[in-house]
Design a protein around this ligand. Structure first.
Ligand code: PBG
Length: 326
């Protein structure tokens, strides 16, 4: 036997020398939740170590994030006021706008990515404008949502968001947002599009965290069917044509084939993958039972996403990873 792959696995130094993929703290973005009515942070039960922040606790968290040298955060707001239209999303002093302004005061160089969607602001919890028909049936109206998203993007850019990340899966959302940002003088603000977002059971802990579960029905008329993969390329192509600066695949771990295919098909666009709340919670819960090693499982899950082709990862493990590397 003259060919023995095991020769290169003989010791740690050698294994590291021939390691093909690496993940650094610079490639991780931490999602954060900020709740308008909170005076203090409140723990999110299904996501150990994560909180719904108050404006004050958010700043403490930001200081920690800076010490850990994470490059940025992704912000989700939970407003005091919810109504059928989601009006609070357009307030110039919406909770996310306030959060962006206070982060920028203490950490001007930290990248602040603003998630852009209606679901946290609407009483019905859907990502678009809900229209009810006489027979009681309803649908989520695409085109009237676009106008709304464009205005929400303008407010978030005004507040100082570095990147706008629309997550609502409305057709034409990137074009509508790009146009409005350009008109308002924010032609330098990039769009990170949740281009390929599946309807997923793995968002469940997030819906507790963001108080954003749909009150009627589900998201299957706008988020993608998990059985589809060619369609992912169609979605990515549309967002790329509309001017998306970066693409995202979400969730990440059950969709590594999609991450791979999108990166192969659009190598010129930076690709993010979102390791979502349920993917994080599964590892945490199993580790708490002593059923797996949390540190090893975290590293393995993150490197698998990188190996599939993601350029950066949005993950609730971002702080844990960064601390382990310090
Ligand atoms: C809202 C949004 C969701 C997530 C990010 N943005 C929930 C959903 O679409 O139901 C999920 C993130 C996570 O689970 O960590 N549009």
């Amino acid at each position: 036997m003259n060919i023995r792959p095991r020769r290169l696995r003989e010791n740690k130094r050698l294994r590291r020398l021939v390691r093909e993929n690496h993940l650094t703290t610079e490639e991780l973005i931490l999602p954060l939740f900020i709740k308008e009515t909170n005076k203090h942070k409140t723990p999110i039960t299904s996501m150990p170590g994560h909180y719904q922040h108050s404006l004050e606790s958010l700043i403490e968290e930001i200081q920690e994030i800076q010490q850990l040298k994470l490059p940025g955060v992704m912000l989700f707001g939970i407003p005091e006021h919810k109504d059928a239209q989601g009006s609070a999303a357009l307030f110039a002093d919406s909770i996310v706008a306030q959060a962006i302004r206070s982060i920028k005061k203490v950490a001007p160089d930290l990248l602040v990515i603003a998630d852009l969607c209606l679901c946290e602001y609407t009483s019905h919890g859907h990502c678009g404008v809900l229209q009810t028909k006489n027979d009681g049936s309803y649908h989520i109206d695409n085109d009237s949502t676009l106008d709304f998203l464009a205005k929400q993007a303008e407010q978030l850019a005004k507040a100082g968001a570095d990147i706008i990340a629309p997550s609502g899966m409305m057709d034409g959302m990137v074009a509508a947002i790009r146009q409005q940002l350009d008109i308002c003088g924010f032609e330098q603000v990039p769009i990170l599009s949740y281009a390929v977002k599946y309807a997923s059971a793995f968002y469940a802990p997030f819906r507790e965290a963001a108080d954003g579960a749909p009150q009627v029905g589900d998201r299957n008329t706008y988020q993608m069917d998990s059985a589809n993969s060619h369609e992912a390329l169609r979605e990515a192509a549309l967002d790329s044509q509309q001017g998306a600066d970066m693409l995202m695949v979400k969730p990440a771990q059950s969709y590594l084939d999609i991450v791979y295919r999108v990166k192969q098909a659009f190598p010129h666009l930076p690709l993010a993958a979102y390791q979502v709340s349920g993917e994080f919670a599964m590892i945490k819960a199993a580790a708490q039972h002593g059923w797996l090693d949390e540190q090893q499982a975290m590293l393995e899950s993150l490197i698998s996403i990188k190996r599939a082709g993601a350029d950066f990862i949005i993950s609730y493990f971002a702080k844990d990873f960064a601390s382990a590397r310090q």
